[in-house]
Ligand binder design. Structure first.
Ligand SMILES: CC(C)(COP(=O)(O)OP(=O)(O)OC[C@H]1O[C@@H](n2cnc3c(N)ncnc32)[C@H](O)[C@@H]1OP(=O)(O)O)[C@@H](O)C(=O)NCCC(=O)NCCS
Length: 62
């Protein structure tokens, strides 16, 4: 699904993809890092008023 979204976004000539992921969701963070997403920020206590959301962006070379 992630590859589909990346390819779809490239076809749409998007410049970047940004997502948010729970700081505790290590498998998901690792997956996004494998696809070259970089951490660009956080939303404090975004999940359940407890855990931070990590914002990650993939810059697309269109
Ligand atoms: C996100 C998801 C697709 C990742 O699947 P996956 O790549 O098969 O996950 P794995 O179990 O192989 O774990 C990935 C890595 O995280 C590591 N990991 C898993 N739990 C961990 C933990 N608690 N602490 C540290 N590392 C951990 C694994 O060792 C593995 O490391 P490696 O790549 O260096 O071998 C899967 O977890 C999923 O479907 N999650 C539910 C939906 C979801 O969270 N979506 C994202 C919403 S933002």
């Amino acid at each position: 699904m992630l590859e589909y979204i990346i390819n779809f976004s490239k076809n749409q000539k998007a410049k970047s993809i940004t997502l948010e992921v729970n700081e505790k969701n290590i498998p998901a963070i690792k997956l996004y890092e494998k696809y070259n997403f970089k951490t660009v920020g956080t939303r404090k206590k975004y999940y359940n008023n407890t855990y931070d959301a990590i914002l990650m962006t993939l810059t697309l070379n269109t």
